[in-house]
Ligand binder design. Structure first.
Ligand code: HEC
Length: 111
């Protein structure tokens, strides 16, 4: 039951929505501002603000799709941003996360 309850808090995201964010060219500098305005309260400027979501570890361990889906949907405690940020802002903050915390490295991916 508990996983179902947690899922109920997350927005449902269609794969096409993730694709349309990833089709955009993100601007990491603009994304830095989006991050400060929307994410740093919880994740801190260095990405280490949440014990359950240490971004410097999570970003390289996750695929592009997974990260964008997490931002749009809000995994559980984290709010969803699907109706709060424009696709371009999500693309920008995604570019910022990759530039700051690293590209996807499959050897770090969780099972
Ligand atoms: C209210 C606090 C809060 C805010 C605001 C927030 N997050 Fe999170 N974030 C969390 C928590 C807590 C988690 C761990 C998963 C969960 O419990 O929701 C998380 C997880 C994540 C993950 C990793 C998911 C995974 O498990 O791989 C990413 C990426 C992420 N956040 C990015 C962002 C970005 C980008 C923003 C701003 C647009 C943001 N977060 C705003 C609290 C927050």
């Amino acid at each position: 039951m508990i996983p179902l309850l947690l899922l109920a808090c997350a927005a449902h995201i269609e794969p096409a929505q993730i694709d349309s964010v990833l089709a955009l060219t993100g601007d990491a500098d603009a994304g830095n501002q989006v991050y400060k305005d929307n994410c740093a309260d919880c994740h801190d400027d260095d990405g280490r603000g949440q014990k359950s979501a240490i971004l410097p570890d999570l970003i390289p361990a996750n695929t592009d799709d997974d990260i964008v889906e997490n931002i749009l949907a809000g995994p559980s405690i984290m709010p969803n941003f699907v109706n709060h940020l424009e696709d371009q802002q999500v693309a920008d903050v995604f570019a910022y996360l990759r530039a700051t915390f690293g590209e996807y490295d499959p050897s770090l991916a969780e099972e």
